[in-house]
Design a protein around this ligand. Sequence first.
Ligand code: I3P
Length: 109
Amino acid sequence: KAGFLVRKVHADSDGKRTPRGKRGWKTFYAVLKGLILYLQKGEFRPEKQLSHEDLKNAVSIHHSLAMRAADYSKRPNVFYLRTADWRVYLFQAPNAEQMQSWITRINTV
Ligand code: I3P
């Protein structure tokens, strides 16, 4: 599965609140391959090599949980992703259908 997602980092590993200055929304082209959610910045080209930064942004979804962010109302179609090491991300999908599709795919790998 692949598509554009806008990401906000809410908590770093061990659940520590991500500090100010690192909490802004950023657009990525997301590709879910196996247990890794790759997040590529900039224009997407299938043949493009993943940059060092792309690899740093990759998220392991092994033992992670995705769920609709029912308590977050500033933007529509937002879901939480909580990873095994207690990072918390918010992801905004382009529409409700895409949001549900990402949640289902992440939770059923
Ligand atoms: C953050 C940025 C986010 C905002 C966040 C800010 O600033 O403005 O958009 O979240 O608020 O800290 P920065 O880019 O300097 O990290 P919202 O869009 O959800 O308001 P927060 O600290 O209350 O999460």
